[in-house]
Design a binder for this molecule. Structure first.
Ligand SMILES: *Cc1c(COP(=O)(O)O)cnc(C)c1O
Length: 493
């Protein structure tokens, strides 16, 4: 399988190892496979009895054809080991007769980013060997919290890479700060900056654009790389859990061969739901793809009207990982429905005016698979409370947005096919907001909210969030945004 840029009509071809190493195409587009592979009936049958790592290795092998099955299996076994994903990598848990929660948060940071960030660094490490790269990849990340921690866990002690994470010193929660400051691993570093998230992100962008820095790093045996969510190495592993969910529905007798099911995904950057779309195109019998948004409902509007317009208010919500105005991975869907010329034109318009409108044909093609709903803060809190009281199932705020949208879809359409709801974070990741939704009193110290929530519900705190206050703090450095490059130089080995 070869890959090319969403914006390149001539389809210059790249191997997956190059694509994973490079991240973004040179023309600013995203990498997409030349074709969408399919699953054979024999493969599906053989995967029904397989564990998650084997399922994931087979799905990845359809796209990463320059990796051997043995390599992929070894990496998947290491990434999705049951010591790391306690309780299974992607278990499917029934909420009611229709909706099943696909729990993607059993990994080392208790959020769904682990599904990709546990495997992608291993794929990158192999990509360096496959492309004969002698230098070390220096991964720079600016984070507002969750991605930084998931990336640190994923890259820790991976050969051939070193990582440095910057976060705004007063811009992350106490839990997030503790999670990063106590991070283990010989090849990772964390530095706070005086400033906000934009200062951190602009600082990282400045370093990436600095050709003198690139030359100096090169002399020292390093090159810059990113752990960005638009990297194909992060997207491909996400396809596997939708295939896995279908196999689990079949094994549980909830879906018979020849029947279809629906998928609902709480969406931010459009990566997770795009992976579900690819699973559908590969032959997984998915009916409707329901795109769930919070009050930042730019995607709901896009799916309803065909116009994407980022010229609008931005809201801070209790589901912060969905507080996004530019859903980068949507570009990949545009490519598969409109082709590269139209995609390049839409993206140009988005850059210049902040908006674009797709053609009637493209809108019809998207409508054939997708529909969009959104839930405001009040509805989200109400779903958390109701689902706990009626079903004894505890949702985090993002999953609750998805569930509210799934319920709205079912009520509106009467479509009662089995629904797979992507559950993207442990309720303990957002303990204070979950506690508040349940009517509990929220303690002053955020760390105490975890104990209060487990006392109230009896649901266990996941291992990554246990005993945080007792762990040894390793990273205390704080710098000014202007000094970020020097901090990076000081970390070179
Ligand atoms: C990243 C994230 C999302 C959004 O996923 P996308 O792939 O960006 O659409 C939703 N929920 C949680 C908890 C996340 O961390």
């Amino acid at each position: 399988m070869k890959f090319h840029s969403t914006r390149d009509a001539s389809k210059v071809a790249y191997d997956s190892a190059v694509v994973i190493k490079q991240g973004l195409a040179a023309d600013g587009g995203l990498f997409v496979p030349d074709s969408i592979p399919t699953l054979t009936a024999e493969e599906i049958e053989s995967l029904r009895g397989a564990d998650y790592a084997t399922r994931a290795a087979v799905i990845l092998g359809k796209y990463l054809t320059d990796y051997t099955h043995e390599e992929l299996l070894e990496d998947c076994r290491a990434a999705y080991a049951d010591t790391s994903f306690v309780g299974g990598a992607a278990p499917l848990v029934a909420i009611d007769d229709t909706v099943n929660s696909l729990e993607l948060w059993h990994g080392p940071t208790a959020a769904f980013k682990d599904m990709a960030l546990q495997i992608m660094p291993r794929l990158l490490s192999r990509a360096l060997v496959k492309t004969n790269e002698k230098r070390t990849a220096l991964i720079l990340v600016a984070t507002s919290g969750d991605t930084g921690k998931a990336a640190l866990e994923g890259y820790r002690d991976i050969p051939g890479v070193q990582m440095l994470v910057f976060y705004p010193v007063d811009g992350v929660s106490r839990v997030q700060k503790l999670q990063m400051a106590t991070q283990l691993g010989e090849n990772v570093d964390v530095c706070a900056i005086h400033g906000n998230f934009d200062d951190a992100q602009n600082g990282v962008k400045r370093i990436f654009a600095d050709s003198d820095a690139a030359a100096k790093l090169n002399e020292q045996g390093y090159f810059l790389s990113s752990a960005n969510s638009i990297n194909w190495g992060r997207l491909a592993p996400q396809i596997a859990y939708y295939v896995s969910a279908w196999l689990d529905l079949l094994n549980a007798g909830k879906c018979k061969p020849g029947e279809t099911f629906n998928v609902c995904v709480p969406t931010g950057n459009f990566g997770n739901i795009f992976a579900a779309y690819l699973a559908k195109r590969m032959g997984v019998p998915i009916g409707r793809l329901i795109c769930a948004s919070n009050k930042n409902n730019i995607l709901t509007d896009f799916l309803a009207t065909g116009t994407y317009d980022r010229n609008r208010a931005f809201y801070t919500t209790t589901s912060p990982s969905m507080d996004i105005l530019i859903s980068s991975n949507l570009e990949r869907l545009l490519y598969f429905t409109a082709g590269s010329d139209a995609t390049a034109a839409y993206m140009k318009s988005l850059g210049e005016t902040g908006a674009y409108t797709v053609s009637t044909e493209v809108k019809a093609a998207i409508d054939a698979d997708f529909c969009g709903y959104f839930a405001d803060e009040e509805k989200t809190a109400d779903v958390i409370r109701r689902t706990w009281e009626d079903r004894h199932y505890l949702c985090d705020t993002h999953t609750a947005v998805g569930l509210a949208c799934a319920e709205q879809y079912i009520a509106e359409t009467g479509d009662r096919r089995p629904m797979v709801l992507a559950s993207t974070a442990s309720p303990y990741k957002f303990a204070a907001d979950v506690l508040r939704a349940l009517g509990g009193e929220v303690p002053a110290d955020e760390l105490d909210a975890l104990d209060a929530l487990t006392a109230m519900t009896g649901v266990d705190i996941p291992y990554p969030l246990c005993g945080l206050a007792q762990r040894k703090v390793r990273f205390t450095e704080v710098c000014n945004p202007a000094d970020m490059l020097n901090v990076a130089y000081n970390k070179l080995k």
